[in-house]
Design a protein around this ligand. Structure first.
Ligand SMILES: [Zn+2]
Length: 157
């Protein structure tokens, strides 16, 4: 379990390492799921960001992570796909184009996502890979496939 604390520096007059609301550097220390002790700068002045970073570090270090894919993340991806398709329909594409696109897009994206075992999709730099896969998945033979620059946004949580 990792926790966040503050290292206060002048001119801050706080002395309590649990004080959250000053702009002094926030640090993370504690024990990772692997049993390893860490003490690192969170490289932020925001307690909330430091907390998020601590949670990410814990998840990344969790040895069970490989065998227990994050269910909420899978739902997030499938929702993102549905949102994209709904948006595409809203743009009044021809029905055949939408069907074709739906099949290909869902198949490609979901298979890729499952193939990745959803590892680190929302972290660890997978966004670049996502982007390149996505831009490579333009629909063949469709004049009105996803426009370039049309990126699929998905929640990071
Ligand atoms: Zn302070």
């Amino acid at each position: 379990m990792l926790s966040v604390y503050t290292r206060h520096y002048s001119p801050c007059t706080q002395a309590d390492s649990n004080h959250r609301r000053c702009h002094c550097p926030k640090w993370i220390n504690g024990t990772l799921p692997t049993g390893k002790f860490v003490r690192v700068s969170a490289k932020t002045q925001s307690w909330e960001n430091a907390e998020r970073k601590a949670r990410i570090m814990e998840v990344n270090a969790d040895p069970l992570r490989q065998t227990l894919p994050d269910v909420s993340l899978r739902i997030t991806i499938e929702e993102a796909v549905r949102d994209f398709l709904r948006d595409e329909e809203a743009r009044q594409l021809a029905k055949t184009t939408t069907c074709q696109s739906k099949t290909l897009f869902q198949k490609q994206l979901l298979e890729w996502a499952k193939g990745e075992s959803l590892r680190g999709l929302s972290m660890a730099g997978k966004e670049d890979e996502w982007d390149s896969r996505w831009s490579g998945s333009r629909i063949e033979g469709s004049a009105s496939g996803p426009a370039s620059g049309d990126t699929l946004s998905y929640p990071l949580n």
